[in-house]
Design a binder for this molecule. Structure first.
Ligand SMILES: NC(=O)c1ccc[n+]([C@@H]2O[C@H](COP(=O)([O-])OP(=O)(O)OC[C@H]3O[C@@H](n4cnc5c(N)ncnc54)[C@H](OP(=O)(O)O)[C@@H]3O)[C@@H](O)[C@H]2O)c1
Length: 368
């Protein structure tokens, strides 16, 4: 059987500024165009994220920048739910967790993509304990039904990875429940899913919830006056808002877990900018954003590299709730693992509490 972690380590893509040593991001100055590449990478960061700034209220404990999935302790006996595990980072999360011995539930919309993902994982990890469950995060009745199915079939959940997302559809879409589609899929669906799984999480000895945010959050915050982007829909601004909401949710969940004794460690993570299906399925490869992304793709993170901050948050014994993990290169687009920058827009506990209460009311959901 292939060791999936080592087989990932063996990947050697074309020389680039952020060449890969397996899933460990390593900087190598290999090109005479290094400064031009740095300028372009910073431009990608600005395109997706904007200028980094601000602070975090939680005590900061930086991870080992050299941490790789090979450092992941055995996850045998632990049960994970990974939303969006059919492609991109979610697939890499599921693959690495299954390879480390975890039981993994991949949750996404399309059973055929689920079967394909499981087939690819089993090709590397024949004894992988992985299964697919259909859920549409943009339909809260689907999310609740999924939560109830898990409640009936699992003894507990040790790790929930709130990873699924869509990015910047050109036209404003709405969910089954009438929310703007990115707000619904990326944030509100995960808010309700986490509430649904709270009883299962509380049965774990050491439950963790990891919620995915993005460098895009540095482009904007929460517009409480137009939360559903009905007055003005700008695709990336709405994406940035949904991902800011995800980060605020992760930090607020930690505060509420501490206050209520739920015992959960809630972290946020982001991948930098990674080659996945997100752009193709969102703005499209023919869009201005798609063309810029395509021009840079060989210098971006692989999905396996992009998954490292999430996998660290989900499994490293030294990872801590209330932290935000990501790559630490220019504009946090790629580079070694570290603490990610929490923008001022996401670090105000009063705003996070306001958003939490608003979301409870909008979705008719309570954490109990
Ligand atoms: N790629 C990047 O550069 C980047 C940068 C910053 C942050 N991120 C974040 O990283 C995470 C993973 O994104 P990715 O780049 O790996 O994207 P991806 O390859 O497009 O994967 C997205 C996943 O989400 C699932 N999904 C989409 N809508 C869903 C819905 N309504 N219900 C359930 N599942 C749904 C998709 O599954 P099905 O279509 O099979 O349902 C797919 O598995 C996201 O949270 C994203 O915001 C990515």
């Amino acid at each position: 059987m292939l060791d999936p972690i080592r087989s990932t380590r063996a990947v050697q893509p074309a020389p680039s500024l952020f060449a890969t040593d397996g899933v460990r991001p390593v900087r190598r100055d290999v090109s005479p165009f290094r400064h031009e590449q740095q300028r372009r990478l910073a431009a990608v960061g600005l395109l997706l994220g904007g200028v980094l700034a601000a602070s975090s209220a939680f005590a900061q404990t930086a991870p080992d920048p050299d941490w790789t999935t090979a450092d992941m302790p055995s996850q045998a006996g632990r049960i994970f739910v990974v939303t969006g595990g059919t492609s991109g980072m979610g697939y890499e999360d599921a693959r690495a967790l299954a390879a480390a011995g975890a039981e993994v539930v991949i949750a996404a919309r399309n059973p055929q993509r689920g079967d394909e993902a499981i087939g690819r994982i089993r090709a590397e990890v024949p004894d992988a304990r992985v299964r697919f469950e259909a859920v549409d995060l943009a339909d809260l009745s689907s999310v609740r039904a999924f939560g109830q199915r898990l409640g009936a079939t699992l003894p507990r959940v040790d790790g929930l990875i709130n990873n699924a997302a869509i990015m910047a559809p050109p036209e404003r879409g709405t969910s089954v429940d009438g929310f703007e589609l990115q707000f619904a899929t990326n944030y509100a669906g995960h808010f309700v899913l986490t509430a649904e799984l709270l009883p299962l999480l509380r049965r774990s000895e050491a439950p963790r919830v990891v919620t995915l945010s993005s460098v895009a959050i540095h482009r904007g915050g929460i517009n409480f006056d137009d939360l559903q982007s009905t007055v003005s829909y700008q695709p990336m601004i709405a994406y940035a808002q949904s991902k800011t909401a995800c980060l605020m949710f992760a930090l607020e969940l930690q505060r509420r877990s501490d206050a209520n004794g739920w015992g959960i460690q809630s972290m946020a993570a982001h991948p930098g900018v990674a080659v996945t299906e997100l752009v193709a399925r969102g703005p499209g490869l023919e869009s201005e954003q798609g063309r810029q992304w395509s021009a840079m793709r060989e210098h971006l993170q692989t999905a396996a590299q992009g998954a490292v901050p999430t996998l660290y948050a989900a499994t490293a014994p030294e990872a801590r709730g209330g932290q935000y993990y990501g790559p630490t290169g220019p504009n946090e687009v790629s580079g070694p693992l570290g603490l990610a920058t929490v923008p001022a827009s996401a670090s105000d506990p009063a705003a996070a509490a306001r958003l939490w209460t608003l979301t409870e009311d909008l979705t008719g959901t309570r954490f109990r």
